[in-house]
Design a protein around this ligand. Structure first.
Ligand code: PGA
Length: 256
């Protein structure tokens, strides 16, 4: 964590919760976090955005979506347009999550189109990049992460870079309980920042936030946040319990 950048702790609820459990979870988070020094974002499923938005209104908790379509409107059955999200008070959107890439065939080109759509609609994209286990074992982690980062940003104006959020999520660490070693995660986060600097400027890259994601827990967050280039966390499993998510938000007060 750098003192220059405000940390972001984002919870990705994935395909969990119905209205009752979503409200209860959002209330639990809202009531536990107090006035945090970090940006706190929760990303419920689309169906719970409106309800959760009401629960967290007038609180420091911000609303994020887990995905969206890049088009403004049209014949795209089952899809959600950017302004359908902003209408509900959504201000962040996770793009290119590895589950979208692996299970739903999202390509770098599609992620790039979504990044443009997010920016055009005033949404802060949380752009996910990361290598699979096979890619790590083949020692191509850096090539994969740099390539995904560059291709997500094709055509994005350099002056937009400072407001971007990236999440380095090694695929082998997601939902597996295996966290990436904090110093290795930091090395890759710094590589993402270096890629941003080369595409825009050192100053813009120094302002962009780069999060780590992959089995983040209250017990791991403090070591992760002690690293120079990790500016927060994208949390899956541990965001489904208000107490553990709140403990991650309060990382500087959480025991290691
Ligand atoms: P996890 O998920 O914390 O359950 O590993 C992280 C993510 O998918 O963003």
């Amino acid at each position: 964590m750098s003192t220059k950048r405000k940390p972001v702790i984002a919870g990705n609820w994935k395909m969990h919760t119905t209205l009752g459990t979503a409200s209860a979870l959002a209330e639990g988070v809202r009531d536990r976090i107090g006035a945090p020094d970090v940006e706190v974002v929760i990303c419920p499923p689309f169906t719970a955005l409106s309800t959760v938005g009401q629960v967290v209104a007038n609180s420091p908790v911000r609303l994020g979506a887990q995905n969206m379509n890049a088009h403004a409107k049209g014949a795209f059955t089952g899809e959600i347009a950017p302004d359908m999200l902003t209408d509900l008070g959504v201000t962040y959107v996770i793009l290119g999550h590895s589950e979208r890439r692996q299970l739903f065939g999202e390509t770098d080109e599609l992620v790039n189109a979504k990044v443009h759509a997010a920016i055009a609609n005033g949404l802060v994209p949380i752009i996910c990049v990361g290598e699979t286990l096979e890619e790590r074992e083949a020692a191509i982690t850096d090539t994969v992460v740099i390539g995904q980062t560059q291709r997500a940003l094709i055509g994005v104006a350099p002056e937009r870079f400072a407001a971007l959020i990236f999440a380095y999520e090694p695929v082998w660490a997601i939902g597996t309980g295996k966290t990436c070693d904090a110093s290795e995660a930091n090395r890759v986060c710094a590589l993402i920042r270096d890629t941003l600097a080369k595409l825009s400027s050192y100053e813009a890259a120094e302002q962009a936030r780069v999060l780590y994601g992959g089995s983040v827990k209250p017990e791991t967050i403090r070591a992760q946040m002690a690293e120079s280039d990790i500016d927060g966390a994208l949390v899956g499993g541990a965001s489904l319990e208000a107490a553990s998510f709140a403990a991650i938000v309060a990382f500087d007060r959480t025991a290691t």
